[in-house]
Design a protein around this ligand. Structure first.
Ligand SMILES: Nc1ncnc2c1ncn2[C@@H]1O[C@H](COP(=O)(O)OP(=O)(O)OP(=O)(O)O)[C@@H](O)[C@H]1O
Length: 233
């Protein structure tokens, strides 16, 4: 059994009379420790897939599994536990609490999980040992994204899910964030999923899942991914 599996997953949104198909029979799987990129144009269904994988949204049909858990059968209480214990999220716009310091933002997330990592150590790992007592407004966009990555990793999740994590950052800062995510995967064996519309990022991944119009159009496995230092876009 694969670590993560989507089998014929569908997602429909009803907008008045109109039925929108955001996922149209999505099937893929990947293994523990992989760096997975889900790529596709705007509106392809990437966020929908990530939200269903992260338990933030439910599918209309098909099966979603993480290890031996059939996530697609979960009710709201089980989904709350799943999001809390198994999933770490990184969003495009960081979503830090503005009146808490970097360290307090990470500590807050640790309070709701079972076996958190040490918040200060995790901030050190993302290169912020000297900025722990700063508030988000005192940090650059790249530094705020590092805090949000530390906050997600600190929960010690099975899956780290990142939705356009470099979308709000300049070129060089974006590259350092991709390197951090790639190093997190390589050095700690954590499974990382990144969604992006940027085709250039795909050479970083062990597995690239391409989505168009709610369907998987290709799945490519790369045994020799490039380092984030080497790519240009
Ligand atoms: N809550 C919702 N209600 C109605 N339609 C939705 C909802 N969420 C997404 N959709 C629609 O589903 C489709 C897929 O959207 P999704 O956000 O998953 O695409 P995406 O690939 O992540 O796009 P982007 O890169 O622009 O964020 C789009 O047509 C979108 O308008």
């Amino acid at each position: 059994m694969a670590f993560v599996e989507f089998r014929e997953v569908t997602k429909y949104y009803q907008m008045g009379e109109q039925k929108i198909t955001a996922a149209d029979g999505i099937t893929f799987s990947f293994e523990k420790g992989e760096f997975v990129i889900i790529v596709g144009p705007s509106g392809a269904g990437k966020t929908t897939v990530l939200n269903m994988l992260g338990g933030m949204d439910v599918c209309s049909g098909g099966e979603i599994r993480l290890e031996d858990k059939l996530v697609s059968s979960y009710g709201s209480r089980q989904l709350t536990e799943y999001r809390r214990y198994d999933i770490g999220f990184v969003f495009q716009f960081y979503n830090l609490v503005p009146n808490l310091t970097a360290l307090e933002n990470v500590e807050l997330a640790c309070q709701i999980c079972r076996e958190p990592l040490d918040p200060a150590q995790t901030l050190k790992m993302v290169g912020l040992e000297d900025r722990m007592d700063n508030f988000p407004a005192q940090l650059s966009g790249g530094e705020q994204q590092r805090v949000s990555i530390a906050r997600a990793i600190c929960k010690n999740p099975k899956l780290l899910l990142c939705d356009e994590p470099t979308g709000a950052l300049d070129y060089n800062t974006g590259r350092t964030i991709l390197k951090l995510l790639q190093d997190t995967c390589r050095n700690t064996g954590r499974t990382v999923v990144v969604i992006t519309h940027n085709q250039a990022f795909t050479s970083l991944a062990n597995r690239v899942i391409t989505i168009k119009s709610g369907k998987v159009t290709s799945i490519a496995v790369n045994d020799h991914p490039m380092s984030a230092d080497e790519i240009e876009w």
